[in-house]
Design a protein around this ligand. Structure first.
Ligand code: SF4
Length: 329
């Protein structure tokens, strides 16, 4: 565990450096052009009390005492521009953002996603190798002895309910879809235990079809950013979908979820170390002192900086690293 912590600390330092680089780039962009964009988002900037430059948010901005005011009167065009800029900034901070569940095919992804409820992706990644070694296909899992599956799934919590779900899901795949995971939303949501969120994870990451994953992080962040006031996941999905081209949806979901897991936490957002503070109307909701904020940066359960034990090559090429191997944390 100690090794894992050291590694996580290192990752944090690296992330802050990445944030600084991003902030610098953002500041350069501001001074070298794009005056129109600056003008049009003036209403947003005036309303916030975040530091003017993202670098200031990381390096030593004065602490904001109150929660920043909302961007009153922001037009739809200004909102679209601000939302897309946040996504671009996050893409620079998390160039390797990706689904954090290990999978080799759509069946593994749909099962892993169902198992990820109420636990970390790292825990799921530590559990699924044994599951898929014993039950590599929907047919195998459909015919499994539930008690044996429960034993494997025990570490993920709610293991009896999850066993029922994945066996039921596998049976449905065998009986209704010839043992294949369907690639259409309307079919996926008919599978037991699969809602729109899981369906979009599968469509976006196993089939390359654009989808917005409205999980708990996504809901919290888009409300903090005032992209939408909706609270119903389907309405959030529609409102946010309207701000971005479809082709951005899957990556946008990863960026937002990664930011929620790493910096913009539910209870203690690290505003003082946040690279998108100048664009965020909720700046000040969390710790604004840069030193204190930096201490809040964390990665779930030692994932460094992601949670995959077997990440794809593209993730490693972009600077991502595998999580510590099983038993290391
Ligand atoms: S940590 Fe969250 S709330 Fe704070 S400035 Fe960043 S995005 Fe906004």
């Amino acid at each position: 565990m100690a090794g894992g912590k050291a590694v996580a600390k290192k990752a944090t330092a690296k992330k802050v450096t990445a944030a600084k680089v991003t902030a610098k780039k953002a500041a350069t962009k501001k001074t070298t052009g794009n005056q129109t964009a600056v003008k049009k988002t003036a209403a947003v900037k005036k309303a916030t009390v975040a530091p003017k430059k993202a670098s200031a948010a990381v390096q030593g901005a004065p602490a904001a005492k109150a929660v920043a005011a909302p961007p009153k009167g922001e037009s739809q065009t200004a909102l679209v521009r601000r939302a897309r800029r946040i996504n671009r900034e996050l893409a620079e901070v998390y160039p390797y953002a990706h689904p954090e569940l290990d999978f080799e095919n759509p069946f593994q992804l749909v099962v892993a996603t169902v198992l990820s409820a109420q636990t970390t992706d790292l825990r799921v990644n530590q559990t699924t190798p044994a599951l898929f070694a014993k039950y590599p296909t929907p047919e195998d899992l459909a015919a499994a002895n539930p008690e044996e599956v429960e034993e494997i799934l025990r570490p993920t919590g709610f293991f009896r309910a999850k066993t029922k779900s994945v066996i039921g899901l596998s049976k449905a795949l065998v009986e209704q879809f010839g043992g294949e995971v369907p690639g259409r939303l309307e079919d996926l949501v008919k599978l037991p235990g699969v809602g729109r969120k899981t369906a979009f994870v599968v469509l976006g990451n196993a089939f390359g079809r654009p989808g917005i994953t409205v999980d708990t992080h996504f809901q919290r962040l888009v409300r903090r950013w005032q992209w939408t006031a909706e609270t119903d996941p389907d309405k959030i999905e529609a409102a946010v979908g309207a701000l971005f081209p479809k082709s951005d949806w899957t990556d946008l979901s990863h960026h937002v979820i990664w930011h929620g897991r790493r910096i913009c936490h539910a209870r203690k957002p690290a505003c003082g170390a946040c690279p998108i503070a100048p664009l965020c109307p909720a700046y000040g909701e969390g710790e604004t002192d840069p030193e204190k904020a930096r201490k809040l940066l964390k990665y779930e359960k030692g994932g460094f900086p992601g949670q995959r034990l077997n990440p794809p090559q593209s993730y490693l090429d972009a600077g991502g690293r595998a999580a510590p191997p099983l038993g290391a944390g």
